[in-house]
Design a protein around this ligand. Structure first.
Ligand SMILES: O=c1ccn([C@@H]2O[C@H](COP(=O)(O)O)[C@@H](O)[C@H]2O)c(=O)[nH]1
Length: 259
């Protein structure tokens, strides 16, 4: 958490650069190098997605090398959406932190709090799925629970309670940018926590509406992710800078305390 806060302040950025490498291994390695070098000045964090590495023969080595190549002061969130019983989750945590070297992970909480706990190591940060950016035909998260509220409300509440309980680590939430009203709802339930927000760019999320709905009063508390929007750009650095500036313009207007 401290690493994230320091980075956010140092580069004045809420931009999370997603690393979802496509192309053959040689192309992917080359592009990873370029994207990291060109976007690092604007990045509050990097988010490699595990699937884009595991789909390769030597994907774990590529992922580990990628994380090692990221400047040490920039937090790395391994997007694995891990979710299994505790002793299995412990193995995933060893993979993410001890082998890959990530600072944070994404976790799927729908099996319960014990799936999150093994990732909550001192100094590490966990982003627990609360309201994802996809729009499924048949989805679970909007379903009402018998005790009131939706499953997504339950996930947000669980993340807040766990953040209060697990004082040595930090629990944030994943909230998609494709439904700003949902961002506002989760923010109302979790006023202080950090949200990792995918869905801007290729998925069509509305940046301004998302910032309006999710920024805290201090103009912070969101990490806005862009993966394909930066990866596929001719000039990755320019794409990252443009998005960082758009975010900051909005912060300056809506949260004068930030500016
Ligand atoms: O709700 C979620 C959770 C995670 N993701 C991941 O974020 C990136 C988004 O990529 P874009 O190219 O910027 O659309 C990708 O790794 C997803 O797996 C998400 O999109 N939504």
């Amino acid at each position: 958490m401290q690493k994230l806060l320091t980075r956010v302040e140092t580069v004045n950025s809420l931009l999370c650069v997603g690393l979802d490498p496509t192309g053959d291994d040689a192309q992917a390695t080359q592009r990873l190098r370029e994207v990291i070098a060109e976007t690092a000045p604007y990045a509050a964090a990097f988010k490699p997605n595990l699937a884009f590495f595991l789909s390769r023969e030597n994907g774990v080595a590529m992922l580990r090398d990628t994380v090692r190549s990221i400047p040490q002061d920039i937090p790395v969130i391994l997007d694995g959406k891990f979710g299994d019983i505790a002793n299995t989750a412990e193995q995933y945590a060893r993979f993410a932190y001890d082998i890959v070297g990530a600072d944070a992970v994404t976790v799927n909480p729908y099996m319960g709090d014990d799936t999150i706990r093994p990732f909550a190591r001192p100094g590490k940060m966990v982003f627990s799925l609360a309201k994802t950016s996809n729009k499924p035909l048949h989805g679970l998260q909007d379903a009402a629970m018998t005790r009131g509220g939706s499953i997504s409300d339950w996930a947000a509440r669980l993340a807040r309670l766990m953040d209060e309980e697990l004082t040595e680590s930090t629990i944030g939430l994943v909230v998609g940018a494709t439904e700003p009203a949902a961002v506002a709802k989760v923010r109302a339930a979790c006023p202080e926590q950090w949200f990792l927000v995918p869905g801007i760019g290729a998925q069509g999320g509305d940046l301004a509406a998302t910032l309006r709905a999710g920024l805290r009063a201090d103009g912070s508390g969101l990490l806005i992710n862009s993966s394909r929007g930066i990866w596929q750009a001719k000039d990755a650095g320019a794409a990252a800078r443009e998005l960082q500036e758009q975010i900051n313009e909005f912060r300056a207007v809506t949260s004068p305390t930030h500016a």
